[in-house]
Every structure is written in C-alpha cells, then in structure tokens.
Design a protein around this ligand. Structure first.
Ligand code: DQA
Length: 149
C-alpha cells in the first residue's frame, strides 16, 4: 500500500467558513474524509496535512521523499509566492498534482502565475473540492504506471 501525501496551504483550515461563494461549504475535514475513502478504494494510504506555515509544507515534502509515492497539493496562496515550495517539490521524484478549488484564471491576475506549476505533472482548478478526488485518482494512475516500469 503506497502512500500519497495530500498537502494544504494557508487558510484552508477555514474551508467551509471562508468565502463560501468561492470555496464552497465543505470543510477541510469533509475533504479529508472523502480523500481517505477514495484512497482506500484505490489501495493507497494517505497523509493529509494543512499548515499556515511555509516551512511545515516544505518539511512534509521532504518527508514524502522518504516514504511517499505521490503528492497532491493545494499550496493556496503559497502557489503564487513560494519558490521554496517549488524547490522542495523538485527534489521529489513521484507524481505531483496541483489542486485549486477555485478557477484561479478567472480571478485576479496575481493568481494566474503558479511557481508550483513549474513542477506539477497536472493542474486541476475550478472543479471545487472534487478536484482533490480527481487529483488522487490521477496520482494513483501515475504511481501504478511507474511501478510497471
Ligand atoms: C486556492 C487559490 C489561491 O489563489 C488562494 O490563495 C487560495 C486557495 C484555491 O484552492 O482555489 O488560498 O489555492
């Protein structure tokens, strides 16, 4: 059973309460429960984390280098600012899927650039919290393909 890390950046702890017209009514705990259910169905274990601190996200990416097969990440605002998260992801060899709940391209221009997209194998945005499910499915497909060589 290989491990998929699902990492969430700043303010996502407020999911469900924060700008629900943009991010919806589901809480991060709801998202985590859905991710755990799907991962189990696909034969994977997940580590699900959220932090408002950039270094913690970097530390989890380093941890994933040791025991993770894939990373699904919603870096939130760090998407648009963090070269350090990009550098950390560049040290990880498995699939990386970037998720945004909202369609960042329909929003302010400062949300249009993503450091993380320079590394991500795929980017999902604007599909609401369903994007996490799709990201986990894609990571699982890529992990399976890699294991077959
Ligand atoms: C977000 C989009 C980012 O621009 C924003 O800073 C977030 C959430 C999303 O999931 O749509 O915090 O990553």
């Amino acid at each position: 059973m290989s491990l998929i890390y699902v990492l969430n950046g700043p303010n996502l702890n407020l999911l469900g309460k924060r700008q629900p017209h943009i991010y919806g009514h589901e809480t991060l705990a709801d998202v985590e429960a859905d991710c755990r259910k799907l991962a189990a169905e696909l034969g994977h274990e997940i580590r699900f984390h959220q932090s408002n601190r950039e270094y913690e996200i970097i530390d989890w990416i380093h941890e994933a280098r040791e025991d993770g097969a894939g990373i699904v990440i919603n870096p939130a605002a760090f998407t648009h600012t963090s070269l350090a998260i990009l550098d950390a992801l560049n040290t990880f060899e498995g699939p990386v899927i970037e998720i945004h709940i909202s369609n960042v391209h329909k929003r302010e221009s400062f949300r249009h650039h993503s450091f993380v997209s320079h590394r991500a194998d795929g980017v999902i945005c604007g599909l609401g919290t369903e994007g996490y499910q799709l990201g986990i499915r894609r990571a699982a497909t890529m992990i399976k393909a890699a294991s077959k060589g």
